[in-house]
Design a protein around this ligand. Sequence first.
Ligand SMILES: C[S@@+](CC[C@H](N)C(=O)[O-])C[C@H]1O[C@@H](n2cnc3c(N)ncnc32)[C@H](O)[C@@H]1O
Length: 222
Amino acid sequence: MNETDNDVIDVDIFREGFLKYTTEAFQLIPIIKKPRILDVGCGTGTPTIELAHLSGGKIIAMDINKKDLQILNQKIKKKKLSNQIKTLNASFLKNKFDKNSFDIIWAEGVFHIIGFEKSFKASQRILKKMGYLVLNESLKKISPYLRDIAKFGYKEYKKLKLPERVWWNEFYKPLEKEINGLLVEDPKLIKNRQIRRYRREISMVKPNPKEFDTAFYVLQKI
Ligand SMILES: C[S@@+](CC[C@H](N)C(=O)[O-])C[C@H]1O[C@@H](n2cnc3c(N)ncnc32)[C@H](O)[C@@H]1O
């Protein structure tokens, strides 16, 4: 790995600002004692750790990205949560979980990547009857699927809309400030892979922040 490949920002610090919404969304679900939860597309697991604390349940945190799971494994060890969280490096669409095996499926920012129809179908099979599917998704991207959500075997149970322009105000704007500060200190970082990735995302979100508004959707299997 050369120097331009190393991460230079701990983006989780910015992501953690959204945990208040994860908490609020979790509280929309009726209390389930020690639920079995699948966190799909958990990434480095910022919400996963929070879910473990909130639920007291057992969580499988799955992602196709090995590097992110290594970071999550370190967090699990440091926070002594290995009895609650197990990581799994696999694709959700190729999962081999038993039918009706989870009380809750949690998926923040991943179904639009995998594809809504396939993800709804895969979740339906492995959720217990009356189980909950919780998504944090772009209002724009998910809305066509919600019009006839019963077709996929769910009803809309509750919704939590995040504040307007939240991704700009609470994530990309402070991240841009951090990046600009780093570039002043070391202009060569302009070539760094992580800096290039986030500058690209900032250039998409900054001119049109409302386009990136999201909400938590709590769907219930019917
Ligand atoms: C936008 S990130 C969200 C990460 C995390 N849920 C969060 O909110 O911080 C989307 C994640 O989905 C993962 N992902 C994409 N396709 C996947 C698949 N087919 N199965 C499992 N995870 C997938 C990516 O590797 C990435 O970590």
